[in-house]
Design a protein around this ligand. Structure first.
Ligand code: SAM
Length: 318
């Protein structure tokens, strides 16, 4: 794939290919002309007290999100999409799914929700007083009914591509689309934890492949993709990788520096990354010995055996 030797501009101009602004996204947005961006993808702060956010009262947080979303709506093209990726706000061990409280902001703007995509991943905190959280959502909204959606760009392999019609006029022909199937609204991508090739110091960066799928489906070549809460630049990286243009704002200098380095490495073809379509690692298939519980094979491990016996008795139905 060909990527031009681009420079990273600090301010927006339609002629640039990559723009990274250090500072508050609302300040950046105020100078952007209406209808500039084809796609806006972001994961905003969740208001849970991470190092980069001041924990606000929930009403204040919603108001702050409303200001940013309203500006994003203004700078979005009429054929464009906004994808707001969120998890839970947690207050005294009680969870509030952020999509439920942010949805009204988009509907007040008369935006149309096209999907609420569930992003499932396998690693995270182990909860002890509720089930451990293993998904977040991406709310996809369009500005109008006339929106870009390139499904063929993001089809995935079928489970049974060899299936044929068994009756009717097409009997004997292959029944599935040779380009693959619709990836559906349940997306399984590993989250970026310590052994992920894309991991940086940022505590919650996007996997590139997640943004890449949105970029491929919701934009055309050379379109602008904007992220108001850019972090370490994953959205810009995905845009540049796919020959689109990328703009973003980030308050923390440390993350801006990494974002710029990652964009430069993308252009040079040296950014470590997990490629799209790579199957999720299965330790059993890979033959890892750690997938066999030692207490099932090693009878000398008295401690674990005692625990196992206790459990067996507890759940026994005899
Ligand atoms: C959830 S992280 C996004 C991570 C990003 N998706 C990535 O892949 O690196 C949210 C980011 O928003 C930044 N941020 C918080 N408030 C901001 C604001 N008002 N304007 C711009 N960036 C902000 C934080 O510093 C943080 O890096």
């Amino acid at each position: 794939m060909f990527i031009e030797n681009i420079t990273i501009a600090p301010r927006f101009s339609p002629k640039e290919r990559a723009v990274i602004y250090q500072g508050d996204c609302l300040k950046f947005l105020k100078d952007i002309p209406d209808g500039s961006f084809q796609l806006i993808v972001t994961s905003p702060p969740y208001n849970i007290g991470k190092k980069y956010e001041e924990k606000l009262h929930l009403d204040q947080y919603i108001q702050q999100q409303r200001s940013v979303i309203t500006e994003c709506y203004r700078v979005l093209r009429s054929t464009g999409s906004i994808c707001w990726q969120v998890g839970n706000y947690v207050d005294k061990s009680s969870i509030i799914p952020l999509d439920t409280i942010l949805y009204p902001i988009f509907s007040d703007l008369n935006m149309k929700m096209r999907n609420r995509i569930v992003w499932h991943f396998e690693h995270g905190l182990h909860a002890s007083k509720r089930f451990s959280g293993r998904y977040e959502t991406i709310m996809w909204f369009t500005k109008t009914d006339d929106y870009v959606f390139n499904l063929d760009n993001v089809r995935v392999p079928q489970k049974y591509p060899g299936k044929k019609y068994f009756k009717g006029p097409k009997v004997g022909q292959y029944s599935s689309n040779p380009l693959g199937k619709n990836p559906s609204d349940l997306w399984i991508f590993p989250n970026v934890k310590s052994n992920h090739p894309e991991k940086t110091v940022h505590p919650c960066q996007f996997p590139i492949e997640l943004v890449e799928r949105l970029v491929l489906a919701l934009t055309n070549q050379d379109d602008w993709v904007f992220d108001p809460f850019l972090g370490v630049g994953t959205t810009t990286v995905a845009a540049i990788l796919r020959n689109r243009r990328g703009a973003g704002a980030e308050v923390l200098a440390e993350y801006v520096k990494i974002a710029k380095e990652r964009v430069k490495m993308t252009v040079a073809g040296t950014l470590p990354r997990r490629p799209m379509q790579r199957p999720v690692f299965d330790p059993k298939d890979a033959g890892s010995h750690l997938t066999t519980a030692p207490w099932l094979t090693n009878t000398s491990d008295g401690g674990q055996m005692v625990l196992l016996d206790k459990l067996k008795r507890k759940y026994s139905t005899d």
